[in-house]
Design a protein around this ligand. Structure first.
Ligand code: NAP
Length: 258
């Protein structure tokens, strides 16, 4: 158990695909602190795997939620309302861009590819929050999303996903301002490269991962667990005075000059 008590609090966690997912690491941290969890998955393909992971944490709910479908998001809120009464934590670990938009020329990104990446990876933070707000504002709470350095730096192959992360980070600040009076805090964790399904979709990821460990101040890569612990801080009362921020969990890569 972590020395943070989240018992009696409820966390909606979006973006668990498998045991490597950063959202799963966050779910495990929240569980160790005593929170109740609901994991969502996008599409039947992932259902069985997510249900198997959820079964390792007794009492964990599992619901479908493709964030490009408003009806599925509303169904999550409708299911959790009578069960939980309130949501105190929302974890957004969802991102998607078409494969061809993560390997070709950024300036050749199609209208549809740009729209898809920004809708699934950034607008979903705004839209899910809006649709679960009646539950979030009951007790106040905290929202955490996952971003990457490509929001502010040019990163080969990251292309339109960098644009999506820039929007996600701007939305973090705008939402923090708007939801502050409701005692809802909004922050993001900017994680260094971790080998997950989504990361492996980025062309050249293996080289990027190696380069990161060589250049980072700590001379290594980060672990999923470190993302889980940082998110736990941002979702718990330990960070009660922090909102609208991006917390870098990158082993000190971003601070380096040469
Ligand atoms: P992951 O395990 O592949 O998680 C990404 C999740 O997004 C998957 O569960 C994926 O489901 C889901 N998703 C995609 N489209 C969706 C939709 N329409 N509706 C609902 N869910 C959808 O990879 P991850 O690395 O943990 O990614 C989690 C977050 O961390 C992402 O925002 C990513 O950009 C961010 N991040 C990752 C790294 C890294 O190096 N891994 C670094 C910095 C930030 P499907 O598998 O069905 O598509």
């Amino acid at each position: 158990m972590y020395p943070i008590d989240l018992s009696g609090k409820h966390a909606l966690v979006l973006g668990v695909a498998n045991h490597r997912s950063l959202a799963w690491a966050i779910a495990q941290s929240l569980h160790k602190a005593g929170a109740s969890l609901c994991l969502t998955y996008a599409g039947e393909r992932l259902q069985k795997g997510v249900e198997e992971l959820a079964a390792t944490i007794p009492g964990t709910l599992v619901l479908p939620c493709d964030v490009s479908d408003d009806a599925q998001i509303d169904a999550v809120a409708k299911a959790l309302g009578p069960k939980w009464g309130s949501i105190e934590m929302l974890v957004h670990g969802v991102a998607f861009a078409n494969k061809e938009d993560l390997e070709g020329s950024f300036v050749a990104t199609s209208r549809e590819g740009f729209r898809t990446a920004l809708e699934v990876s950034a607008y979903s933070l705004v839209n899910v929050t809006h649709r679960v707000l009646p539950l979030l504002e009951k007790q106040g709470g905290a929202i955490v999303s996952l971003t990457y350095l490509a929001a502010e730096r040019a990163v080969p192959s990251y292309n339109v996903m960098g644009s999506a992360k820039a929007v996600l980070e701007q939305a973090t600040r705008q939402m923090a301002y708007e939801l502050g009076p409701k005692n809802i805090r909004v922050n993001a964790v900017s994680a260094g490269p971790v080998s997950t399904l989504a990361a492996r979709g980025i062309k050249g990821f293996v080289g990027m991962h190696k380069d990161h460990a060589e250049r980072a101040a700590l001379k290594r890569n980060i672990t999923q667990e470190e993302v889980g612990k940082a998110a736990l801080f941002l979702l718990s009362d330990l960070s009660s005075g922090v909102t609208g921020e991006v917390l870098y969990v990158d082993a000190g890569y971003r601070i380096m000059g040469v």
